[in-house]
Design a protein around this ligand. Sequence first.
Ligand code: EZ4
Ligand code: CO
Length: 402
Amino acid sequence: MRITDARVIVTCPGRNFVTLKIETDEGVTGVGDATLNGRELAVAAYLTEHVVPLLIGRDPARIEDTWQYLYKGAYWRRGPVTMSAIAAVDTALWDIKGKVAGLPVYQLLGGRSREGVTVYGHANGETADDVLEEVARHRDQGFRAVRVQAAVPGLTGTYGVSKGKLPYEPADAALPGESAWSTERYLNFVPELFARVRAEFGPDLKLLHDVHHRLTPIEAARLGLALEPYALTWLEDPVPAELQEGFRLIRNHTRTPIAVGEVFNSIWDCQTLIGEQLIDYIRASVVHAGGITHLRRIFDFAALHHVRSGSHGATDLSPICMSAALQLDVSIPNFGLQEYMPHTPETDAVFPHGYRFEDGYLHPSEEPGLGVDVDEELAAAYPYRPAYLPVARLEDGTLHSW
Ligand code: EZ4
Ligand code: CO
């Protein structure tokens, strides 16, 4: 079997997505997500200009060799643009291999390790009262785990909090918006919020919180310590993670579990974090961390160090990425949690898929391959629109960490 064609599909059914579709001489096709929020067209060009010509004529069965060829052959290794492009190829090749074998991809990864994939939803709101309502709504829908975020009193526009009741879509402006940040106000408010949520919902519901890289290690240590009475499942992205050693200080001060990794693109981004057991959950994703092949390598490394998976699953990861993530989630031994933000009906229609939510779990498709496709005709009806994440500034105007 040979690859005969590969094309990049850019579409915006409510938000932007980049998809790679690979075709073969035997009529079997595969799809991969290549979406990099706010830098979509860079990955599209990387694929079209520099990767697609290398794929034509290759044997689609050689997944590992193709991964190594694209990673090592480029000379320029790693980076989110490169690794999202490699991820798209890798994901599409696993899709093809599953279809050829007549098996869902998880069967090729060793089969099931669990009955369902435990997911967490997002409860967010302008006030603590709104948040309590949202947590209750998720619990009533069957969610066993909920990420809790509220607007910080005294600040306008807190990242991760939607306007109105819809799931939030943070890349919301043709040029980046700006919001104000105060570490003092934030640190004073969050423990109060969790005291209320834990008191209202009891000990069984798993609670999570995302700091979005806004603190320093000592500030994160203070927050982790203050949250210990409320037994969080994890505190996410407490600090920017370029300095992996910075997590030693957090670890030395708090027993609140730590999750990190949504911006990571390779195993080298978490080598110290995992190797020294400085984190509890690694949140890298199929689309940004080199596809199924490389993410499984990260998860296997994590398994040796008591670190579980906590895969990123925000709305900027397409249903193709979610389909691939679920195939991994259900098969690996050290699965932890999977983030699940439902996509809009427009997005679901462009990417018909077979995964389903039931009773707090997502279940992967049982179709051969990944069980997802892209409707190219429908995709063409939603042209690309520039959309960027906001930036945060301190109250005096200083550009703050993201
Ligand atoms: O900021 O997906 O855990 N979820 C998040 C998301 C990320 C976006 C970035 O593209 O932190 O909202
Ligand atoms: Co996050």
